[in-house]
Design a protein around this ligand. Structure first.
Ligand code: HGY
Ligand code: MN
Ligand code: MN
Length: 410
C-alpha cells in the first residue's frame, strides 16, 4: 500500500517523486508515465481521505465533497499537474496538494458543505509537450473543443488523441460536456517572481493576469557549403533569425517596462558546423497586462521580421499558436481574501501575474481568482524553484478560510 503524505511539506516531496529528473527538477508532461502515475496516486490519496474522485474524458482529475442539495453549484479549487521540462516541485503541484488538504480539513471539521467543493488536478497547463496550453481548463470551460486539440502533435509526431488514449482516456471525449455548474474557481500558486519576497509579503492577491501571445517562427534560406559560398551569395536563415531576435529584444526593452518577450526555443537545420543554415525555427512568448500594447508590439515586430526576410531573400512563416487576453480576477473573491489576511494579520500585496494560469480560462465562465505565496529568489520553471514550508502553510490557511466562507457560511 502506498504511503500517503500527512502534511504539505511531505506532499510536495511525495508528488515531486513522480517525474523526478536527475538535476533535482521535475518533468511530468501530459500523458507521460510520471503524469499518469501522479494522477492515479492523487486519486488514491483522495479516496483514502474520503473524497470521491473521478476523471473526465481527457484526464482532468476531480475530488468532490458533495453538498446535500443536488442543485447546488460547485466551488472548484486546484491547479495543473503537468510541468515544464526539468521544472520545479511547486508550480501547479502546490495548488493541487493544498486543495486536497483543505478539503480533507473542511470535511473533518465542518462536515458536508452547502456548495459542492471540488479539487481539480488539471491535466495540462504548460504547453510543454503539445503546442497547446491550458488544455485541461480549456476543455472544462469550452475555450477549446476536443475536435480542435485531438490532432495536435508533439515534437515526436505523436498526436494528442493517440497519447490520450494510450494513457487510458478519451472515452466519449468527442461529446465532452462543458461544465455549467461552476460557482467559482480558486487557484493557489507560487508567485514565480521576486515581488513578494522583496516586499516581505506572505500572500499575493492578483488583480490581472497578463495576456500572452506565443509564436512559432520559421525562417527559410538556403543550405550551402560554408567554405565556397561568399557572404554576398548567402541566404543564411540563422543570420536572418539573429537579426530578427536582436530587434525583438531591443524593441521590447524600449517599448514598455511591463512588456516581456522570450525566445525560448531555437532549432537550426541542418545544424552542422560547415553548412550554412537553410532553416531556423524559433519561438516567441510575448506578454503584457494590456491587450492593446501586446497587440501593437506583436504587429510591429512581425512587420520588422518581414522587412529583414525580404532584404535577405529569405522566406518567413509566423504561426500564432497560443494567445490568451489579459484577464481581471474577481474583485469579490479578492476582497474576501484581503479581509481574511487583515483578520489573520497576514501581510499581502495586490499585484498582477506575469505568469499565465488556468484561472485565466475559468474567469471567462465564472468568478475566478489566484493567490500567490513567495518564490525564493523569484525563481521558477527550474530545479531551484523553492518556497519555505511556513510560507506554503500560510497560503493553505488562507485557502481553508476562503473555502469555508464560500461553501459553509450562509
Ligand atoms: O508560462 C506560464 O506563464 C505558465 O507558467 N505556464
Ligand atoms: Mn508554469
Ligand atoms: Mn503554473
Amino acid at each position: 500500500m502506498m504511503q500517503f503524505p500527512t502534511n504539505l511539506a511531505e506532499a510536495i516531496e511525495w508528488l515531486s517523486s513522480f517525474g523526478a529528473a536527475g538535476d533535482g527538477g521535475v518533468t511530468r508532461t501530459l500523458y507521460s508515465k510520471p503524469w499518469q502515475e501522479a494522477q492515479h496516486a492523487l486519486r488514491e490519496w483522495m479516496e483514502v481521505l474520503g473524497i470521491e474522485t473521478r476523471f473526465d474524458s481527457i484526464g482532468n482529475l476531480f475530488g468532490r465533497l458533495g453538498a446535500a442539495d443536488s442543485r447546488a453549484q460547485t466551488i472548484l479549487v486546484g491547479s495543473h499537474i503537468d510541468t515544464v521540462l526539468s521544472g520545479g516541485k511547486y508550480d501547479g503541484a502546490y495548488g493541487i496538494l493544498a486543495a486536497i488538504l483543505a478539503l480533507s480539513h473542511l470535511k473533518k471539521t465542518y462536515g458536508q458543505p452547502m456548495f459542492n467543493l471540488e479539487v481539480v488536478s488539471l491535466c495540462e497547463e504548460e504547453g510543454s509537450r503539445f503546442p497547446i496550453a491550458c488544455s485541461g481548463s480549456g476543455i472544462i470551460t469550452g475555450a477549446y473543443s476536443f475536435a480542435e486539440i485531438k490532432g495536435v502533435s508533439d515534437s515526436e509526431g505523436i498526436a494528442f488523441e493517440t497519447a490520450m488514449r494510450e494513457a487510458g482516456f478519451g472515452v466519449e471525449a468527442e461529446n465532452y460536456k462543458v461544465r455549467d455548474d461552476i460557482h467559482s474557481f480558486i487557484e493557489l500558486h507560487i508567485e514565480q517572481g521576486p515581488s513578494l519576497e522583496k516586499l516581505a509579503k506572505s500572500i499575493g492577491i492578483v488583480e490581472t493576469i497578463v495576456g500572452q501571445k506565443r509564436f512559432r517562427v520559421t525562417v527559410k534560406g538556403e543550405s550551402n557549403h560554408a567554405g565556397t559560398t561568399l557572404m554576398k551569395w548567402r541566404k543564411d536563415a540563422l543570420h536572418g533569425a539573429v537579426l530578427m531576435i536582436q530587434d525583438l529584444y531591443e524593441w521590447a526593452k524600449a517599448y514598455d517596462e511591463n512588456l516581456v518577450t522570450t525566445v525560448g526555443q531555437l532549432h537550426v537545420e541542418p545544424n552542422v558546423s560547415n553548412v550554412i543554415p537553410g532553416q531556423v525555427v524559433f519561438t516567441i512568448d510575448a506578454r503584457h497586462p494590456l491587450e492593446s500594447v501586446l497587440s501593437t508590439f506583436c504587429e510591429s515586430f512581425t512587420k520588422r521580421f518581414l522587412e529583414i526576410a525580404s532584404a535577405r531573400d529569405l522566406q518567413i512563416n509566423m504561426e500564432l499558436w497560443h494567445e490568451v487576453p489579459p484577464v481581471q480576477m474577481d474583485s469579490n473573491l479578492n476582497n474576501r481574501i484581503q479581509t481574511i489576511c487583515n483578520e489573520q494579520e497576514v501581510a499581502y500585496h495586490v499585484m498582477n501575474s506575469g505568469a499565465g494560469h488556468d484561472a485565466q480560462l475559468f474567469a471567462s465562465v465564472c468568478p475566478a481568482t489566484i493567490m500567490f505565496v513567495p518564490s525564493q529568489g523569484g525563481i521558477s520553471h527550474s530545479p531551484l524553484e523553492y518556497t519555505a514550508t511556513e510560507a506554503l502553510e500560510i497560503g493553505l490557511d488562507v485557502l481553508i478560510q476562503l473555502l469555508h466562507q464560500l461553501a459553509y457560511v450562509k
